[in-house]
Design a protein around this ligand. Structure first.
Ligand code: UN1
Length: 513
């Protein structure tokens, strides 16, 4: 197939003034393999892109290694200025970048823009961080000795991103990596390559103007040609991967085998506990956004609801009423809150999970059907669905992460039981409790409470801010990205012992004279 961008994409790229940028041009060069990109909104073709050959991959990696060597010599606060300039560029093009996200993965306009805002926020965060890459000093046990830690640039960082956050997740990694003195090689999902091309083109243009044209690069291709080579590549000391647990397990294995570092942010299975004391005016909208927002395609999506048995019927009624008001349709139209699933496979997964839930005794309270919204041809739209578990309170399908808007409802009697249910799945990303009883909320946050990387009180499971560390435990992979001290993953730590006396003293009281 001849590589091409559709008129809609060309128009956006033109407005962003990136049509002549290397990332954009490279995908139009003739090559052995191509990939077609279609919009989940209506199946319209968005592009046919040239994928990378092994030779091109090798060229990109070699350039990234060189870029790293130059970049690590630049003082960190100066590196911060580059990240600031990237943030400014993204601010300028927020609407267009958000639109590409919406076109390519089907997010509502507001959510597409919200994602780009995360990129702007992390650029601001990284700018501040560029003056705060602190090491510790510690007292030496020896007279006239001093011990300190320093953090040094690590190397070219490999970033694997998923379709569902095609812009922000790269930025969480790339903005931190850049202030840490690293170059970045991005392997985006082939379901969302256009957002990656546009985003990288902006960043690479800013970096090129500062004399570092290969600081941000992209490689693109199928797993057997590019993916496997990428994760096995010793030139990439860190692979940061976001996506399914299955993918992350493979990354962990291959990177572990070469004793590299991996930072994994994988599947979630978010639960919300709703206590009798909860303020439902706060709980209900938070649950609806958490479960139906992004059509259930966030790793932080609320998939399980654990409700006190005395209020479960009322909570379900209110949720069903809210669900009936959700406007499903073309996400480019303001007011439509639920867009399409990413592809046909996702629709199959949705239908399969609902079928299994019914077989296992679950009752569908609302939704559960494939829909064809008025005014759009094609696309992959489904109704957000709520399924009540049977009286046994057991529904095995709820242990799996189905990337679709399905919310399973369970009941509990005591908060200890609710916490145990929250924790009784393989994934450990995000969780929340709605309660005004401080004993319950503090228990939920304590060391014997939620076992997830994110545990919220009277706030939903999704929509985390960039300032906190983001990630989770167990099958979620254990990595932390974004805020707090996540930057440490992108640097190497060096311990220094400095002697300023004239008598050699050995540690541990050892004598060797
Ligand atoms: C993801 O789904 O991989 O907390 C990331 C959230 C967003 C990020 C989600 N800030 O929902």
């Amino acid at each position: 197939m001849t590589p091409t961008y559709s008129p809609a994409v060309t128009e956006i790229f033109q407005r962003m003034n990136i049509l002549r940028e290397r990332d954009v041009v490279a995908r139009m060069q003739p090559g052995a393999a191509t990939a077609s990109v279609t919009s989940p909104i209506d199946g319209a073709p968005l592009a046919t892109l040239t994928l990378d050959s092994v030779e091109r991959y090798e060229d990109v990696l070699a350039r990234s290694v060189k870029a790293f060597d130059a970049w690590r010599r630049v003082p960190a606060p100066e590196r911060g200025l580059l990240v600031r300039a990237i943030g400014e560029e993204v601010r300028k093009h927020k609407a267009d970048l958000g639109r590409i996200v919406s076109l390519e993965v089907g997010k509502s306009i507001s959510e597409g823009q919200g994602e780009v805002q995360e990129t702007i926020d992390i650029a601001d965060f990284a700018l501040g961080l560029s003056r705060q890459l602190y090491g510790l000093t510690m007292p030496s046990e020896r007279r006239n000795y001093r011990i300190q830690e320093q953090w040094h640039p690590l190397g070219p960082i490999g970033v694997i991103s998923a379709f569902n956050f095609p812009n922000a997740v790269w930025a969480w990694n790339a903005m931190l990596a850049a202030v840490c003195g690293d170059s970045v090689v991005w392997k985006p999902s082939l379901l969302a390559p256009l957002t990656a091309i546009a985003t990288n083109a902006l960043a690479a243009r800013v970096a090129a103007a500062a004399g570092h044209p290969d600081l941000f690069t992209i490689v693109m291709g199928p797993d057997d040609v590019i993916g496997e080579r990428f994760i096995a590549d010793k030139r990439l000391p860190l692979i940061s991967a976001t996506g399914s647990t299955r993918m992350g397990r493979r990354v962990g294995e291959v990177v572990g085998k070469r004793l590299g570092r991996s930072l994994l942010e994988l599947g979630g299975n978010g639960a919300v506990i709703v206590d009798k004391s909860a303020d439902l005016a706060v709980a209900i909208p938070s649950i609806v956004f958490g479960a139906a927002g992004t059509a259930g395609q966030r790793c932080t999506t609320t998939r399980r609801l654990i409700v006190h048995e005395e209020i479960v019927d009322g909570v379900c009624d209110r949720l069903v009423r809210a669900y009936k008001q959700l406007r499903i349709g073309n996400p480019l139209i303001e007011g439509n809150l639920v867009g399409p699933l990413i592809n046909k496979r996702a629709v199959d997964g949705y239908l399969h999970a609902i079928g299994e839930a019914k077989k296992q005794g679950g009752t569908v309270l609302v939704g559960g059907e494939v829909v064809k919204p008025a005014g759009v041809d094609g696309g992959h739209y489904v109704q957000p669905c709520i399924i009540r578990a049977p009286a046994s309170n057991v529904l095995d399908i709820a242990r799996e992460e189905t990337f679709a808007p399905i919310l399973y409802v369970f009941t509990y009697k005591s908060v200890e039981q609710a916490i145990a249910m929250n924790n009784a799945v393989d994934q450990g990303l995000s969780s929340a409790i709605f309660s005004t009883d401080v004993r319950q909320t503090e228990l939920f946050l304590s060391g014997v409470g939620s076992d997830c990387g994110i545990a919220n009180v009277n706030a939903g499971t999704s929509g985390a801010e960039i300032g906190g560390a983001f990630g989770g435990e167990k099958d979620t992979g254990g990595g932390r990205e974004s805020g707090s001290d996540s930057w440490k993953a992108y640097m190497r730590r060096q311990t220094n012992c400095i002697h300023y006396g004239s008598t050699v003293v050995l540690a541990q009281g050892i004598r060797f004279d």
